[in-house]
Design a protein around this ligand. Sequence first.
Ligand SMILES: [Zn+2]
Length: 225
Amino acid sequence: MLDVLVFAPHPDDAELGAGGAIVKAINAGFKVGIIDLTAGEMGSLGTKESRLEEAEAARKVLGAELRQNLGFPDAYLPFEDKKEVILKITNKIREFKPTVVLMPYWEDRHPDHVTTSLTVSEACHFAKLQKIKLDHPKHKVKHMLYYELNNQSKFTFILDISKEFKKKKETIMTYKSQFKEFSMEHLPFPVEERCKFYGSLIKVEYGEAFYMKDPLALKDWSALL
Ligand SMILES: [Zn+2]
């Protein structure tokens, strides 16, 4: 059973979009898992094998409970059988029973990112339907959060990741094949700039923006005061 389950289209997307949030959850004692939908084998840099090795190395740096890869074809994800993709993801949600599911923001210039957002979102819905028979019993995800990759819009909230930013950087640098010309001091644009910008909006050093489709319900003033 996991507290937080993060779905990512390609290895390194979880770290780029929500690395600080993942580190923060793990440091607070929550169990976090990451599931990548593809191995990123169509990227200009790296091979399927090297990208899977880097993803596992990043998992160790993060301290995540597990990292799995669903093996869907990189770049061709939007052309895969939608029902098969959704049911495979639904099965994983039911298996790991997360309270919170993270996925990419639904608008993005990369088709794989959009497909991941939409299919994971729909899988969260299917996971709670009793009459859909899969390997595991139904499960209701409490919150669905969307992290940013390429596109920005009006976010729902910003998480302060000032203390976690250094480790987020370390996990990104684990992807040596993707970022070999970069270093801890010189991150790929605009990772650091964007986190600094979001931090500035809430008057801290670094932040990550998240989106929600459903309203966040507050039971009382305690969440605000
Ligand atoms: Zn990606």
